[in-house]
Design a protein around this ligand. Structure first.
Ligand code: GLU
Length: 312
C-alpha cells in the first residue's frame, strides 16, 4: 500500500515556524557591501507541487538577491545557444574548492571545473554575450525568467550590481586569468558587467520556485505542458546541481538533503524534487561554505518529512 501524500501546507508552515525560533542564523555575505546589511532574521520557503499549488511559509514573497542561483538559468540559456560546445570551455566536475577560488585555474589552463563556481559561471556568461551587446544578453536572461516564472515583474537590482562591481576583485582576477588563456571571448569588463547584473536579480521564494519548475518536471511547465528544454537537458542540469550546486559544501548538501540544489550568497537555495516539487528557500545567514545555513537545515527537514530524497 502506498503511503498518503505529505501534507505540504502543514509541513511548510511548521518548518517556517521552527526556523523562526532558531538562534543559529549564520552571517550575511560581507564581501558584497549591499548584502552585508540584510537582516538575517528573515526566512522564507515555497514549495510548488505537480498540480501547481504553491505551499508557502514565512517571508516567501519577499524578494532577495538570487546571486549564484542565476547560474542555473544562464547555464540553461547557454546550452540552448551553443549546445555541447559549451563543455569545451567549462568542465562538469565538482571542484571541492570555495566558490571564488583561483587555484585550479592554473593547473587546468584556464578551464573552470564546472559552470557553478564563479570562474565557470563567468565563462558561461561570456558564451551568452558573444555576438551581443551586454544589454541584449541581460534582456534575454530577464525575459527567460519572466517566461519560466510567469512573472514579468522580476528585475535586476542596480545597487547590488554596482556594489559587487566595486568590490569584485576576485572575480576580476578570475576573469583576467581565464582571458589570458583565451577562454573568454569578450572584454573582461563586459563579461563581468553581465555577470554582476545577473547575480543581482531579485526574486522571492515563490518566484524562484515557479522559475525552477522546468527542472523538476522533465524540462516542462507542468501546468501548461509547454516545453522549456528537453528532458535530457533538465536531467543533466539537475545532475550538475547535485554535484556542484553548493561549492565545496556540495557533498554535505547531498548527504543531508539528497536533492539537486543551487545556492547563492544572498541566502537563497533553489532545490528540485524531480517529478514532485520545485522548492525555494531563503535565509540570508550563511555557513562557512557560503551557503544558506538555515536554508540547508530547512531543506533537510523538508526532505526527511516528505521522503523526497532522490536516494530513496
Ligand atoms: N555574485 C557572487 C560572486 O560572484 C555570487 C557568489 C554566490 O552567490 O555564491 O561572488
Amino acid at each position: 500500500m502506498s503511503s498518503p501524500p505529505p501534507d505540504l501546507d502543514l509541513i511548510v508552515r511548521e518548518i517556517a515556524a521552527e526556523m523562526r525560533l532558531r538562534t543559529d542564523r549564520g552571517e550575511a555575505a560581507k564581501y558584497i557591501p549591499e548584502l552585508a546589511g540584510v537582516d538575517v532574521n528573515q526566512f522564507g520557503l515555497a514549495v510548488i507541487d505537480r498540480e501547481g499549488v504553491v505551499h508557502k511559509g514565512g517571508d516567501a514573497d519577499v524578494p532577495f538577491s538570487i546571486q549564484s542561483i542565476s547560474k542555473v538559468f544562464t547555464l540553461t540559456l547557454a546550452l540552448g545557444l551553443v549546445g555541447d560546445r559549451l563543455w569545451k570551455r567549462v568542465g562538469r566536475e565538482p571542484s571541492g574548492d570555495p566558490f571564488n577560488s583561483i587555484v585550479q585555474l592554473e593547473h587546468e589552463r584556464g578551464i573552470p571545473r564546472n559552470p557553478f563556481i564563479n570562474a565557470g559561471a563567468i565563462a558561461v556568461t561570456d558564451a551568452l554575450l558573444s555576438g551581443h551587446q551586454p544589454k541584449e544578453t541581460l534582456g534575454e536572461i530577464l525575459r527567460f525568467l519572466h517566461f519560466v516564472a510567469e512573472d514579468p515583474s522580476i528585475r535586476m537590482d542596480e545597487a547590488v550590481a554596482a556594489s559587487e562591481k566595486r568590490t569584485g576583485f576576485r572575480n576580476f582576477a578570475l576573469a583576467n586569468y581565464m582571458k589570458s588563456f583565451g577562454v573568454l571571448e569578450n572584454p573582461v569588463e563586459l563579461a563581468l558587467g553581465v555577470y554582476f547584473h545577473h547575480c543581482s536579480i531579485a526574486m522571492s521564494c515563490i518566484q524562484l520556485a515557479m522559475a525552477g519548475r522546468y527542472l523538476a518536471y522533465g524540462g516542462r511547465n507542468p501546468t501548461t505542458g509547454l516545453s522549456v528544454i528537453s528532458a535530457e537537458r533538465a536531467r543533466r542540469i539537475n545532475a550538475l546541481m547535485l554535484t556542484c550546486g553548493h561549492y565545496d559544501g556540495s557533498g554535505e548538501f547531498a548527504y543531508r538533503v539528497g536533492l539537486p540544489g543551487k545556492s547563492g550568497v544572498g541566502g537563497g537555495i533553489l532545490a528540485v524534487a524531480p517529478g514532485r516539487a520545485s522548492i525555494a528557500v531563503w535565509a540570508p545567514g550563511l555557513d562557512r561554505w557560503g551557503n544558506s545555513h538555515l536554508g540547508r537545515i530547512a531543506l533537510e527537514h523538508l526532505a526527511k518529512r516528505t521522503g523526497w530524497s532522490i536516494f530513496g
